[in-house]
Design a protein around this ligand. Structure first.
Ligand SMILES: C[S@@+](CC[C@H](N)C(=O)[O-])C[C@H]1O[C@@H](n2cnc3c(N)ncnc32)[C@H](O)[C@@H]1O
Length: 373
């Protein structure tokens, strides 16, 4: 039987609940709600599947070992206790990053260096030659966390961050990360069956993620490869298993999706959204129009959107009031927005049914959900 690992799905702060629900729905075991990310348990193949199937996680890691690390020798010895040879050979390039908190070892650069030394020394002792360190695009990434003198070493499974789906050909101004767009969709309560609109779609991220989710297109299918596919032990047999897994996911794609509309006032950015949607193999309806001109149909619809948020985008109080006034006319609709300016909440005439602080990169945002009466 395969060894069972503690796996960790990293999350954008504020999106943990959505990620927790997603991982449970995907059938992973021992999924626990936690801050910063969601731990679960399973063989490494579950980590492969999480990389392919999670729309919300930013990165999947496998825990290698936890141990007391009150000083540098204990850190070095602890890291050497892990057998790194299944993952790293002398031909592999590696990188180590670390975070230290409330511990005697309080310099993260130094902790990373010690960890790297311990790994490199082990590989050299076993085979005579040592792996090299690469800052850019390493084959294997190792993460070390030290909290209150206790270390935890994780092996990254994702490689490039998971928001890099591989379908985006071009971006507009201020594109959302795909993982954040997917978290917003789940948190909005959208049922994947009723129509959905992003009337300020920019490069189309929210609408594309919505269409992929509704059609059950696994977000990792367009990715060329993940970090674990570059591990030393990833051979012909594993390649075959991965091909089978991808094949299974491809065969569970559904043809029928609800109407998903991507609109924007800017015709040029809409062309970018069209290109991205084609590349992501999803069908959207595109509308070149201002949000304020939106027609309210009788059909219940959900809006999930990310309006302009700062002066650079001319989003002052009056602008925000214009947008929220347009939202208030959509009686019976659900409106979910990632508000990078407090003026959206301030000018909305009703209280949000849900409000979660979620950063969008370094911009403080509130994710607000309204049921417009
Ligand atoms: C922050 S960007 C959205 C980025 C998008 N989520 C993405 O991932 O690329 C905001 C978008 O709103 C559009 N916009 C601004 N005012 C608008 C209005 N009144 N009606 C429709 N679209 C508008 C802008 O052209 C811009 O593309």
């Amino acid at each position: 039987m395969s060894e069972i690992f503690e796996l960790f799905a990293a999350a954008i702060p504020g999106t943990e609940r959505a990620l927790h629900d997603e991982l449970r729905e995907l059938g992973f075991s021992s999924v626990r709600l936690n801050r910063g990310g969601i731990p679960f348990r399973g063989p490494l193949e579950d980590g492969w599947r999480a990389c392919l199937e999670s729309r919300i996680s930013t990165r999947i890691q496998a825990m290698m070992l936890r141990f007391p690390a009150p000083d540098q020798d204990a850190l070095y010895d602890g890291v050497r206790k892990v057998d790194w040879t299944p993952y790293i050979s002398h031909k592999t390039t590696i990188s180590v990053s670390s975070v230290c908190n409330a511990s005697s070892i309080n310099h993260s650069g130094f902790a990373a260096l010690k960890t790297k030394d311990a790994i490199v020394d082990q590989i050299r002792a076993k085979g005579g030659r040592r792996p090299s360190v690469a800052k850019d695009d390493p084959d294997v990434r190792v993460f070390l966390y030290i909290l209150k003198d206790r270390a935890a070493v994780y092996l990254d499974m994702s490689g490039d961050a998971l928001h890099r789906r591989g379908y985006r050909v071009q971006t507009g101004e201020a594109p959302l990360k795909e993982t954040l767009a997917s978290a917003m969709l789940r948190l909005s309560g959208w049922d994947r069956k009723t129509p959905l609109i992003d009337p300020m779609c920019g490069s189309g991220t929210i609408a594309i993620e919505a269409a992929q989710w509704a059609a059950n297109i696994a977000p990792g299918l367009a990715r060329e490869r993940f970090g674990f596919e570059r591990w030393a032990n990833f051979g012909k047999e594993e390649e075959q298993l991965m091909r089978e897994l991808r094949g299974k996911l491809r065969s569970s794609v559904m043809g029928q999706v609800p109407r998903i509309v991507a609109g924007d006032i800017d015709a040029d950015v809409l062309e970018i959204a069209k290109k991205n949607a084609r590349s992501a193999r999803v069908k959207l309806a595109f509308k070149h129009r201002a949000l304020e001109d939106m027609q309210v149909s009788d059909h219940y619809t959900t809006i999930v959107t990310n309006p302009p948020y700062d002066a650079r985008m001319d989003a002052d109080l009056e602008y925000c009031r214009g947008i929220t006034t347009a939202f208030s006319r959509l009686h019976g609709w659900r409106v979910a927005l990632l508000a990078g300016s407090p003026d959206y909440e301030k000018t909305m005439s009703i209280e949000p049914a849900l409000k979660i602080r979620i950063p969008n990169g370094d911009i403080k945002c509130d994710f607000l959900v309204y049921d417009v009466e």
